[in-house]
Design a protein around this ligand. Structure first.
Ligand code: BGC
Length: 708
């Protein structure tokens, strides 16, 4: 390869800004990025599209180009079902390929450290074993189409406030045992061809120029062979970034300097970036392109047909398995098919279901019944509040043809209460929109929806709340509302899935992949760090949080360390509103006969029986608490070590064996760069939810060390 050809590969165009720029191709597809290929060598042009929930088309930049929208990744995480993640990945990957994209910027797996995170909906929850397993499955699905998937954002892009500037400060051991473990599991099970480094800093260095992360961890510890691409606008140097391990500068027109073009050529000439480094960058890209199958099976040059009905069913199944039944007093649900009058209130439930905003925004098949532009804020240039055309009103009517089903918009609580009075069932659809580039500043439902729910519930005791949110919300009305469903952002067949759960055609089986706090101050950080600084800076520079990369210094500390989410709640003896792993069913399950074996790891066997009269799925969760050193209390917080989702017919018993993920039993030894498991007694439990053990035992293990 010539030097020019090599340099062509390590920098990608950002189509919306590249038009007319010297060297830019004139056939760029409006999308996230493009690397121009080298036909002489059979190296394909890489056409990149977002993201994890479907082929995105933010602000309708490709007019009329619709795609199938999965529910939010939190819903997929709530399924606790790798198969659902893999099918979703395979489906969106097939659509990407059919639309001529061959790099899908999927695989978002940042752990939810903060319940108010703007992108929590794009990720897979707060636990490294759950998130890592599911992201690996999702990536496998995407790449089964012989296209590239990323895993992102490496690492600790845990908040959106000041995302370009904040410094995530955390100890190496804590980092390896939490966020990095999710990536490690995702990479070894999903083999993503590319890793996308994040915007933020980690311990002082930006993620895309972080030698510890990109070289010591990724290449040396994990022996990763694919390529590291930057997030869009996340590169801030030439030699530092290239020598730290960045292989490709994405969407370079968004950078604060064109770091990987003339400047890189000059750095190579001057020797500040060794030629061997450029060769390695190119080798990593080609390794990913070849290993994903893309080199041998190039994506089509023309748009291919898509089986939209089959794909919509994939989206619906993901939502059906992801809906979490949080409360069901007096068995209000499932609703009787004899109900005569049903009233739906709020959330635009007459026409659609809400989606999350930002680069992951899919314009779904069926159109956009409601779309609200933003007037200000960092997300306003690329996000609109968007509903998918999946109408709960239509879906409920279809399942209750005998009933009078009506809708009121909920803007007037008194009018809503009047409409609700005397109905057999009232469904309040409560929404909370989240988006990339901004965190939510309150965990309360916005727009007086709490008052609406209180007023309606007071008028009719048969009230259920359906939450369409991008993460946890507070529920001051909980004691007065008999039934609550967390439907997340339900995706383009969300209404049909919700209706099926409400009428019992689908027995809810989702489990919370994140803790729902009882109050914001239970979380390690009760609000986004740096919010005031960013607001002040943006007001002065009018740049949004994506601009002004150097002007602000925001340090975010993680006192929870590796004890993210439910582990923090146990450590601090806090009772959340709903714990991680929690979810109800229309049937009941009984656990019995735990037998624990200790060997290379811990394996736990037990029986689980469906004791009710409906078929349903149960999600047994294996937790392990490590032996504590002298003087460190009686117990260290229990960690999720394994899980399964099991479908059981009424009366059916299944013998289940769960193996503990070995790294969950160990600590990261920073000096020796290896895992180290202490000798001692490990407390083992099989739980219904993080704080609800049903079977417990102990296992005694010898000390071992092992390489990552
Ligand atoms: C996001 C990435 C996305 C990229 C390309 C960035 O703003 O952080 O997740 O893949 O844009 O659209």
């Amino acid at each position: 390869m010539s030097q020019d050809e090599k340099l062509q590969m390590v920098r990608t165009w950002f189509p919306p800004l590249a038009k007319g720029k010297p060297g830019a191709p004139d056939d760029l597809i409006p999308s996230a990025g493009e690397m121009v290929g080298i036909p002489r060598l059979g190296i394909p042009t890489l056409r990149e599209s977002d993201a994890s929930l479907g082929v995105a088309n933010q602000v309708n930049q490709r007019p009329g180009d619709t795609a199938t929208a999965l529910p939010s990744s939190l819903a997929t995480a709530a399924s606790f079902n790798p198969q659902v993640a893999e099918e979703g990945g395979a489906m969106i990957g097939a659509e990407a390929r059919a639309k001529r994209f061959n790099v899908l910027l999927a695989g978002g797996v940042n752990l939810t450290r903060d319940p108010w995170g703007g992108r929590d909906f794009e990720y897979l929850g707060e636990d490294p074993v759950l998130a890592g397993t599911l992201v690996g499955a999702q990536i496998r699905g995407v790449q089964s189409n012989h296209i590239v998937s990323t895993i992102k954002h490496f690492a600790l892009n845990a908040q959106e406030t000041g995302r370009m500037v904040y410094d995530a400060r955390i100890g190496q051991a804590a980092l390896h045992e939490s966020d990095l473990l999710a990536f490690e599991i995702g990479i070894e099970t999903g083999h993503p061809a590319s890793v996308m480094c994040a915007y933020n800093k980690i311990n002082g260095d930006h993620a895309c120029e972080n030698h510890e992360l990109l070289t010591n961890v990724l290449r040396s510890d994990w022996r990763y062979k694919g390529w590291v691409m930057s997030d869009w606008g996340a590169v801030h140097s030439t030699a530092k970034a290239a020598n730290a391990g960045l292989d490709q500068d994405s969407g370079a027109e968004l950078d604060d300097g064109d770091w990987f073009r003339d400047k890189l050529r000059a750095a190579l000439a001057a020797g500040t970036v060794p030629q061997a480094r450029l060769d390695a960058m190119v080798r990593h890209i080609l390794t990913g392109v070849i290993a994903s199958g893309l080199y041998d099976d190039p994506s089509p040059s023309t748009v291919q047909p898509i089986d939209t009905d089959a794909h919509a069913r994939v989206a619906q199944k993901a939502e059906e398995q992801g809906i979490v039944l949080l409360r069901n007093e007096g068995a209000l649900l499932p609703a009787a098919t004899t109900a005569r009058r049903i009233v739906l209130i709020g959330g635009h439930a007459d026409v659609g279901v809400l989606s999350g905003g930002g680069s992951s925004q899919v314009r779904s098949t069926g159109g956009v019944p409601v779309e609200i532009p933003l007037k200000s804020g960092p997300a306003s240039s690329f996000a609109r509040i968007t509903w998918h055309n999946s109408s709960p009103l239509r879906a409920i009517r279809a399942l209750a043809p005998q009933a009078d089903v009506s809708y009121v918009d909920g803007s007037d609580p008194q009018a809503a209460a009047r409409a609700a009075k005397g109905a057999d069932l009232v469904l309040v659809f409560a929404t909370q929109w989240r988006t990339e580039a901004e965190d939510v500043t309150s965990l309360s439902l916005p727009d007086h929806q709490d008052a609406l729910i209180e007023t309606v519930a007071a008028a009719n005791p048969h009230t259920a709340v359906v939450l369409e949110t991008g993460g946890p919300v507070l529920m001051p009305w909980l004691g007065k509302v008999p039934a609550v469903l967390a439907a997340w952002y339900p995706g383009q067949r969300g209404a049909e899935a919700i209706a099926n759960v409400i009428f019992g055609k689908v027995n809810p089986s989702g489990r919370l992949p994140i803790t729902f706090p009882a109050s914001a101050d239970q979380a390690p950080r009760p609000a986004p760090v740096g919010l005031a600084q960013v607001a002040e800076h943006d007001a002065a520079s009018n740049a949004g949080s994506s601009g002004g990369t150097t002007a602000l210094a925001i340090a975010v500390d993680y006192p929870e360390g590796a004890d993210v989410g439910y582990r923090w709640y146990e450590k601090k003896a806090l009772k959340p509103l709903f714990p991680f792993g929690f979810g109800l069913s229309y049937t009941q399950f009984r656990y019995a006969g735990l037998s624990v074996k200790a060997g290379r790891t811990i394996s736990a066997s037990f029986d689980v029986t469906n004791t009710g009269s409906r078929a349903g799925a149960v999600v047994p969760q294996l937790y392990v608490s490590l032996p504590t050193a002298k003087g460190q209390g009686t117990r260290s917080p229990a960690r999720l070590a394994g899980f399964a989702r099991i479908e059981l017919a009424p009366g059916e018993t299944r013998h289940v064996t769960l193996q503990a993920e070995p790294r969950i039993l160990a600590s990261w030894d920073t000096t020796r760069r290896q895992w180290s498991r202490a000798a001692g007694a490990y407390q083992v439990s099989v739980n219904r939810a993080a704080d609800d053990p049903v079977l417990t035992d102990k296992a005694t293990l010898p000390a071992i060390t092992f390489r990552p």
